[in-house]
Design a protein around this ligand. Sequence first.
Ligand SMILES: Cc1cc2nc3c(=O)[nH]c(=O)nc-3n(C[C@H](O)[C@H](O)[C@H](O)COP(=O)(O)OP(=O)(O)OC[C@H]3O[C@@H](n4cnc5c(N)ncnc54)[C@H](O)[C@@H]3O)c2cc1C
Length: 461
Amino acid sequence: MLEETIGKEKILSSQAELYSYGFDASIHHAMPSVVVQPRSEEDIVEVVKIAHEHAIPIIARGAGTALSGQAVPIKGGIILDMAAMNKIKEIKIENFYCKVEPGVIYGELNKELAKYGFFFPPSPGSGDVCTIGGMIATNASGMRAIKYGATRDYVLGLRAVFPPGKAYALGSSTLKNSSGYQIERLLVGSEGTLGIITEATIKIIPLPEKRGVALASFDTLHDAGKGVANIIAAGIIPSALEIMDKVCIQAVNKSMNIGLPEVEAILIIEKDGKEEEIKKDIERIAEICRKSNAKDVVFTFDEEEMANLWKGRKGVLPSLSRYGGNKISVSLADDMAVPISKIPDAVKAFQEISKKYGILIGTYGHAGDGNLHTKILIDPTSEEEWKKAEKVVDEIYKVVYELGGIVSGEHGIGISKAPWMVKENIELMERIKAALDPKNIMNPGKMMQWKGSIITNLRYR
Ligand SMILES: Cc1cc2nc3c(=O)[nH]c(=O)nc-3n(C[C@H](O)[C@H](O)[C@H](O)COP(=O)(O)OP(=O)(O)OC[C@H]3O[C@@H](n4cnc5c(N)ncnc54)[C@H](O)[C@@H]3O)c2cc1C
């Protein structure tokens, strides 16, 4: 039926193709029944109608870089590969917005916008490959969220298809809108469980003139945390404020030979804006770090040196995977958010959990907005280590909640974080889901619907 309605050329069904569409960047894998590559909103309307009529799961897929299993078809069904819907439809500088199809790659959009001196700021680490649709559906963000916020702060309007197969225009193209429910925002972070985004109107802003970066090294995590709090308290809003613990520093040095100082913790602090302003602010930041017991502070405005520092920070994830011999870094408990002042407590508690279970945990992340990344290193062929990892995750989230934090600040829930979602949210989310998707076809089994262990459908043999 799909072939007749959508066209044979838009359908993939060989075993090899289905196998490769069973992955995202998480620990999970499951085979879909078929892959559809829509070219238009009309195609999607038809697919949703068929899926609704026959109660078949339907899973939207951007670039498949989700880290918690959001794009894995855990209940089988139809994968909607949005990659071919990749047109930048409009760039309206005078109105501060652009209109794009959901398959547009984040980095490609920013290359286009840069020609006008503008950008769309969220900057996830996967920005060179991830799609705007995937970013909206997971509310992605990155190192610059401290100053510029997350994807949700830039979604002005959306077009989306909901069961039983109808397209709606949500929100607007205006910067302000108080005209009823902000339904476009409901799709932000919905992970494909409500509707399929077919077009997005995104707010854009001018690129900063210049950047400067300081690197401060500390002998204790506590002092690094104090440094963060003191910078924020001084009223300086950096464009990035990153922390790396010793495990991460050593992993990067070992695999990338960057020569980061091998201390307990480093802060990498970036300030952007007008040249005169940032020079003053970076010097003030350096001074604040010294007063917070930084052992050493260096700073630079040189593009190449800054790029090198950021290369080290961005290299944490691949470096950790190479760090521990047969141990690899698995995406579990990987992006919790805690109040900024609680960062040292969180990192210290994670180190204690690491010792208790004899499992290596590297911690780094966006200290300036309270969003931490932990990477758990295990031997993926050892059942015992997976069991331990699940206990580690549980203990990590207990600490996160005790400190007033939340499970995911960036990557979303999918399967791997589902059991630790806030209970009150779950009840209301289920009511919204039932109202918009009564046959539960939209990415079923995810978020509040995942019950049981997260060590499931593993991609590793
Ligand atoms: C190396 C690496 C670094 C990363 N760094 C970051 C980071 O810094 N910050 C961050 O936030 N995330 C990060 N991520 C996670 C991930 O890249 C982001 O969440 C990204 O936005 C997902 O985009 P995608 O196109 O790959 O979506 P996918 O993985 O394909 O899908 C993600 C979710 O969005 C849904 N979806 C996709 N398209 C649509 C659509 N059109 N309509 C409705 N639902 C849709 C899918 O069903 C799924 O639930 C990283 C991942 C990797 C592998």
